[in-house]
Write a protein that binds this ligand. Structure first.
Ligand SMILES: *Cc1c(COP(=O)(O)O)cnc(C)c1O
Length: 435
């Protein structure tokens, strides 16, 4: 098939995420990707502002990552993990344990972020079940969250902008507290914290803790559910409340993990230790699908309390050796790089260069944290309108709803980042929303 033919076949037969099959939105044909550039079929190149949904930390076609996966390919691409094991998985487990907090000592590998969330939830439920407290079977979470698209994950996503409406009656009913107060774009971190910000989650925990297995939350940043940044104080107090009410704390680091927010994991900014942590997305530097759930000896011993309990999960492609080997190389590459300075530099540049967007009529708020830049609009933006315009400026951005956001690969240069931020400014300047 030539490009025109396969694009036409795509439009008739292939589903894209959250999109219509019968009237598909245009999609761009990508034939290669190098560094921060996506190369299209017509030979043009776009600077990727999305890191392929948070994952491509080191850009595309990285020689070190290519080498790692190539070497592993010569040995074995996959073996089942039941009854067998391999060095890439064990090395990766050790790396994850070494870079996270002391209490996280055990690793379960899964195949995508959503599945890692399912496994995290299952761990918490099995923990209480084995303690003889099966009534502790609900989760508490906050509004504006996003945890993935499988059923267990969907049930804790924001009840309004998530998919609850469609699946009422199918999804388990969990408890939702108000979203953590968003840090004002003008405020410096943790200035402006008010004691009342924790009240809602506190009262919901105090009323319902006997039924609650765990609190699940995205630490410091609410990602796809609104791109909101919140206070470290919130996480600290949440940890104390979980201890007080005997509830486990699950942090979903799938978007925030591996440096994106300025620390290796976002929860580290609050100095807390979660009971369970899910990672995914950037784990393999964006090369392969792989996720992992880390937990503590307390949770393991709890699940196995009667000496028989085992964690009831085991995906076919669990701990895929290709994925583990590229994850090992990606983490090494990250840790060997001056990543703190890199994130700091990107953050400073994003703050400076996105600030002028505040003057635009279409813009409600501009906020930056680590290597994440967010421009929130007054009205939702139609990607059919914005996409060709961003392409004309040579950048790939995929706004959703009212949010134009970017999280570039860490290897981006100053000039390339300027091209992204100025494309945002130029395109948003064209919007003349009625007030
Ligand atoms: C993307 C995401 C998920 C789901 O991961 P998938 O790999 O898409 O299943 C879960 N939680 C958060 C915070 C995410 O950003």
């Amino acid at each position: 098939m030539n490009t025109k033919e396969w694009l036409a076949y795509d439009a008739r037969h292939v589903w894209h995420p959250y999109s219509s099959m019968s009237s598909p939105a245009p999609v761009l044909p990508v034939v290669a990707a190098h560094g921060v550039y996506l190369e299209l079929a017509d030979g043009s190149r776009l600077i990727d502002g999305m890191s392929s949904w948070w994952s491509a930390l080191h850009g595309y076609n990285h020689p070190v990552l290519n080498q790692a996966i190539g070497d592993q390919l010569q040995k074995m691409s996959h073996i089942m993990f039941g009854g067998l094991t391999h060095e890439p998985a064990v090395t990766l487990a050790k790396k994850l344990i070494d870079i996270s907090c002391d209490n996280l000592q055990h690793v379960f590998f899964a195949d995508s972020g959503s599945v890692a969330v399912e496994v995290s939830i299952k761990m918490a439920l099995q923990y209480w079940f084995a303690q003889g407290k099966p009534e502790k079977s609900r989760l508490l979470t906050v509004r504006n969250g996003y945890y993935g698209d499988t059923f267990g994950a969907m049930a804790v996503c924001d009840p309004e902008n998530g998919m609850h409406g469609m699946f009422t009656g199918v999804l388990p009913q969990h408890i939702f507290a108000e979203a953590p107060a968003s840090i004002d774009s003008e405020a410096r971190d943790d200035d402006g914290w008010k004691a009342e910000y924790i009240e809602d989650v506190k009262s919901k925990l105090s009323q319902n803790h006997r039924q609650i297995a765990a609190v699940i939350i995205e630490p410091m940043v609410q990602n796809a559910g609104g791109m909101r940044f919140y206070y470290a104080e919130y996480l600290q107090q949440l940890r104390q409340l979980c201890d007080h009410y005997n509830v486990l704390l699950i942090v979903d680091e799938i978007a925030t993990g591996f440096g994106r927010t300025g620390t290796l994991f976002a929860y580290q900014q609050a100095g807390i230790e979660p009971d369970i942590m899910a990672v995914g997305k950037a784990l393999t530097g964006g090369y392969m699908t792989l996720s992992a759930v880390l937990t503590s000896s307390k949770v393991v011993q709890g699940i196995e309390a009667d000496g028989k309990g085992v964690l009831m999960h085991g995906p076919t492609f669990m701990a895929n050796p290709l994925a583990c080997s590229v994850a090992n190389a990606s983490i090494e590459l990250l840790l060997k790089s001056p990543w703190q300075n890199t994130i700091q530099r990107i953050e400073t540049q994003l703050k400076t260069e996105l600030a002028p967007c505040r003057q635009l009529k279409a813009v409600k708020d501009v906020r930056v944290k680590g290597a994440i830049g967010v421009v929130e609009l007054q009205q939702p933006i139609d990607s059919r309108w914005s996409q060709p315009r961003f392409s004309k400026h040579g950048v790939w951005l995929r706004p959703f709803g009212k949010l134009v956001y970017l999280m570039p690969p860490f290897i981006i240069t100053e000039d390339e980042l300027t091209q992204l931020t100025s494309a945002i400014y130029q395109v948003l300047k064209e919007i003349a929303f009625k007030s």
